[in-house]
Every structure is written in C-alpha cells, then in structure tokens.
Design a protein around this ligand. Structure first.
Ligand SMILES: Cc1cc2nc3c(=O)[nH]c(=O)nc-3n(C[C@H](O)[C@H](O)[C@H](O)COP(=O)(O)OP(=O)(O)OC[C@H]3O[C@@H](n4cnc5c(N)ncnc54)[C@H](O)[C@@H]3O)c2cc1C
Length: 334
C-alpha cells in the first residue's frame, strides 16, 4: 500500500485548497471524494450565483476571472476543475470514506467499497451538503419530496410547497414563482429568517404582499401525502391541508458527525462542533485535521468558502512545522 504524506477526505473548494497547499509544500497527497470533483457545488441550484465576489472564493492564488462580479455555479465548477488540473492534484473520485483509524503513528483510510489507503496525516474536508436536516415526518422519503432544489422547469404549472424560510428557500421560491409555479412557503417562525440576503428581502416580501408567493408562518408540516401536506399551526393548534405536487424540504444541512466520531474525533454533544485547535485545526486525534465547513457543527452559516479556504494553509504550516498562518475572522460575507 502506497503511503501518502497527507490524505484529504472531500474534494470541495476547501479540500482542493488543502491539496494545493500540500503540493506546494512538496508533500505527497491524495484527495478522496465520494462524488465528482466539487460535488456539492455541482448539486447547487443550476442558476445559482455565489453571494461572494469571485476573488473571495479563489483558491491556490489562482485568479478567477469572470465578466461580472459574482460567479455562477457553472463558472465555479470550471474554475475549481482548472485549479485542480493546474496544480496536478492527485484525486480519486467516487470513493466514499467510511473510517479513518490511527495505528503505530499511521492512518488507514477505508472506503465503503473496501479500499484502504495509508497516510501520515489526514485532513477531513467533507463539508455539510451531503447531509440534509431531515424533519423526520411521515412521507418525507416519497419520490416527489426533495431536500435539494435544482432547476425550475420541472415544476412549472404545479403546486410546490417549500418547507423553510432561509436563503435557499427564498431563492427557490422566487425562481419558481417566475416559472409559473404555485408556491407556498411553510415555516415554523413568524417571518423569513433574519439571515436571508438583504437584497432578496424586498423582492420576496413584495411578492408575498401581492399574493404571488403564499406563506404559512408559525406552522409546521406534520405529514406529506401523495398530493397534499398536513400542516399544524403552532399558535392555534389548527390542522389544515395544502395541495402539493412537489415538496422541497429546504431546512439546511449538517456535517457528518458520525463519520468524525468514528474517526475518534471528540464533538460537542449539543452543537456537534468538533474539538479542534483554533489555530492549527488539529482535532483530538493528533495528525487528524478538520478543514472547511465540516468544522461548523450546527453553525453551518459560520464557515464557508471565503474563510474555509484559508484553513488549508494553517494546516499545512502545522504539518510542516512552520509558523502557522492566522485565519482572519470574517465579519461580513461578500
Ligand atoms: C446555494 C449555496 C450558495 C453558497 N454560496 C456561497 C458563497 O457565495 N460564498 C461562500 O463562501 N460560500 C457559499 N456557500 C457555502 C459553501 O459552498 C460551502 O461552505 C463550501 O462548499 C464549503 O467547502 P468545503 O470544501 O468545506 O465543503 P464542500 O464543498 O461541501 O465539499 C465537501 C466534499 O466532501 C465530499 N464528501 C463528503 N463526505 C465524504 C466522504 N465520506 N468521503 C469522501 N468524500 C466526501 C462531498 O461530496 C463534497 O464534494 C454556499 C452554499 C450553498 C448551499
């Protein structure tokens, strides 16, 4: 079995940034990715536009030239693919890592299909997008229910219920409404989330005022049927039903805590945030690091590409015994 200096689990922007820093430092590396390269971004809504400016999601010091200011999904996919090729990153795709165990100072990384790889250090960069937050209600696994929104044309001239009131829910609702979809947003809170991008707020609120997007606030969906959803009003206790040809459960995603636990990493039992050194990103397992959004636990809005890409340099500095790069606290996104 070939022994790598570093194995990186996850080929998203932050995992690729780690691969680039390892390559620059002359370390042999392998990136294991369960899907295609930058699989999470590939699964984003097809017409999404990043809220960050393109330069803020660059990796490896490579410029990200676009004609506008903020990149779209396809531009980002092109960019990260080119960055991976430019640095000759060594990756294996469609390899789902199941376990990482340390013995006699070396790590064995095992996949769900029984492959094993060995490394001196391991960087977990598995993000959060593979793990939707399930509501745990009857009917959630029916074929017309999805935890991901892709594109609008599938839904034109149908009734769609969106569960959730964050950015993903609002962006999907606006795009769907503009493609002749009858949209209802159901949310347990009394209004849209305060974290919704400020430039989306007037658009969605005005569409609600006009009655073009319907909202059912202070309410939860308790059951999904073939053609309807059942809703409970949290204030009045009243039960009602809404027609639903499709249901989009856009209630967020959460890093794979079980995988980290299996690898021996300690996590906060409530927040699921792994215990790690805030400067080096080393976990409670010496030589095992977290990089990017995987370290966020339930606070997924706190780590994104803009700050997550920087973890790579600090981790590789620590591995190389160099002075560790200090990751800046980001106050504002964009
Ligand atoms: C719609 C949307 C818009 C966004 N816009 C922005 C923005 O404008 N700016 C910004 O900075 N951030 C943005 N984000 C957040 C950002 O995309 C994520 O924070 C970012 O992808 C984190 O990068 P990552 O490398 O840590 O994780 P990911 O990109 O999620 O990569 C993790 C990778 O690990 C793989 N993986 C997972 N488990 C395993 C396993 N067991 N074995 C092998 N591989 C595995 C996954 O397939 C995935 O490819 C946005 C997110 C969404 C959903």
């Amino acid at each position: 079995m070939q022994l790598f200096d570093v194995i990186i689990v996850g080929g998203g922007p932050c995992g690729l940034a780690a691969g680039i820093e390892a390559a620059k430092a002359g370390l042999s590396h392998l990136i294991l990715e369960m899907g295609s390269l930058t699989e999470s971004i590939r699964q984003y809504p097809r017409r999404m536009r990043f809220f960050s400016t393109a330069e803020n999601i660059e990796i490896g010091g490579l410029p990200f030239p676009i004609s506008g200011v903020k990149a779209g999904r396809d531009e980002a996919l092109q960019y990260y693919r080119k960055a991976a090729a430019y640095y000759h990153l060594n990756f294996k795709l469609f390899q789902t890592v199941w376990d990482v165990q340390k013995e006699d100072g070396l790590f064995t990384v095992s996949t769900t299909t029984g492959e094993h790889y060995q490394a001196r250090k391991v960087i977990m960069a598995t993000g959060y997008f593979t793990r939707p937050r399930w509501l745990g209600i009857p009917g959630e696994n029916l074929p017309h229910v999805s935890h991901y929104y892709d594109e609008p044309f599938k839904y034109s001239f149908t009734n769609v219920v969106i569960i959730g009131a964050s950015n993903s829910a609002v962006e999907a609702a606006l795009e769907l409404y503009r493609h002749d979809v009858n949209i209802t947003i159901v949310h347990r809170g009394e209004d849209f989330r305060s974290t919704v991008k400020y430039w989306l707020v007037p658009d969605v609120k005005n569409r609600v005022k006009e009655g073009k997007i319907k909202t059912v606030f202070d309410s939860v969906v308790t059951q999904i049927g073939e053609k309807t959803v059942t809703i409970d009003n949290l204030k009045t206790g009243e039960e009602s039903h809404l027609p639903a040809d499709f249901v989009l459960v856009l209630t967020g995603y959460i890093p794979d805590a079980e995988l980290l636990r299996r690898c021996g990493v300690e996590l906060d039992p409530v927040t699921q945030v792994p215990v790690y050194n805030k400067e080096t990103f080393e976990t409670t397992v010496p030589g095992l690091y977290v990089c990017g959004t995987v370290m966020a636990g339930i606070y997924t809005e706190k780590v994104f590409i803009e700050n997550g890409r920087e973890h790579a340099q600090s981790i590789i500095d620590h591995i190389m015994g160099r002075e560790v790069h200090q990751v800046k606290e980001l106050i504002q996104r964009i």
